[in-house]
Design a protein around this ligand. Structure first.
Ligand SMILES: NC(=O)c1ccc[n+]([C@@H]2O[C@H](COP(=O)([O-])OP(=O)(O)OC[C@H]3O[C@@H](n4cnc5c(N)ncnc54)[C@H](OP(=O)(O)O)[C@@H]3O)[C@@H](O)[C@H]2O)c1
Length: 255
């Protein structure tokens, strides 16, 4: 495994097996950065990245032993130019419990708690722990470093069906503020908050039309918008503690 640094430094991206993470990892590597990524299940995208020389490490960030193994696999790298927290699970809340539910109250609580805890673990706890564990390597970058959190438009407006998800992304935005205060000027810490970027395979036409109509721009722009935002943050010498909204003007699409 190649551990020497490219001229532009090492970028670590979590959850790069598909879609946004995969697109950004491949593009940043083509631009001359050295890439290390995490993935949970093996995908054709991970095979492509491996063939291109990207160090791909299996990790489930809900498990501390798996996170520790991921951190250990990064030990040979002396410094990190940017740490990008992309790993995510868009899990809906469970349906409301019926009054005549056969589940005991404690079982109902356990089921709801499992969703809430998993969202917090992936979106808030894992970035919190990884940022702390990898801080010495970020500080060793020399020419400045970046932490970038992928959050979501719903962190600022809430969500009726993804409440636990939205709350966990809001926690991550708050961590962005705290870390930016702690780590300036050596490390810039920012969040990128997309609304709709891309659809999932099973999304039908009615859903797509409804989702597109929520923003002023009425498009699903794809992962390139995130890549452009990452490149902007990497080259900035001044932007920190900010949430970059990629929402097509959705905040102005008022009834
Ligand atoms: N796509 C959009 O329209 C959109 C909109 C708003 C915000 N965002 C945000 O933008 C980012 C990228 O979005 P995306 O649509 O590309 O996400 P995605 O397709 O859901 O991919 C996220 C990746 O995270 C990995 N992951 C999930 N749980 C994990 C865990 N416990 N440990 C380690 N890895 C885990 C997944 O691996 P597995 O597949 O193996 O589980 C997956 O490859 C996310 O942070 C998302 O919240 C996206």
């Amino acid at each position: 495994m190649q551990k020497s640094h490219s001229a532009k430094g090492l970028i670590v991206i979590t959850g790069a097996g598909q879609r946004v993470g995969l697109h950004c990892a491949a593009a940043l590597q083509r631009q001359g950065y050295q890439l290390v990524v995490s993935y949970r299940k093996m995908t054709s995208g991970i095979t492509q990245l491996q063939q291109a020389g990207v160090h791909c490490i299996a990790a489930d960030f809900t498990r501390l032993d798996s996170m520790a193994a991921f951190i250990a696999a990064l030990a040979p790298y002396p410094s990190i130019r940017a740490l990008i927290h992309n790993a995510s699970s868009w899990q809906p809340d469970l349906p409301e419990q019926q009054a005549d539910s056969s589940l005991s109250t404690v079982n109902q609580l356990q089921q709801d708690a499992a969703v809430f805890d998993e969202m917090q673990h992936i979106h808030a706890r894992a970035p919190y722990l990884l940022n702390r564990a990898l801080l010495p390597k970020l500080l060793a970058s020399g020419d400045g470093a970046d932490i970038i959190h992928l959050t979501d438009f719903v962190a600022s407006v809430g969500s009726s069906k993804h409440q636990a998800y939205a709350a966990s992304k809001a926690a991550l935005e708050n961590l962005t503020l705290s870390l930016a205060r702690q780590l300036a000027p050596e490390i810039k810490v920012n969040a990128i908050a997309p609304a709709l970027l891309m659809f999932n395979e099973g999304d039908d036409d009615a859903y797509r039309q409804k989702a597109l109509a929520k923003s002023l721009m009425a498009v699903a722009p794809g992962p390139a918008e995130v890549l452009q935002s990452i490149l902007y943050l990497l080259q900035s010498e001044y932007v920190t503690g900010r949430v970059l909204a990629l929402d097509g003007g959705r905040h102005l699409k008022l009834p």
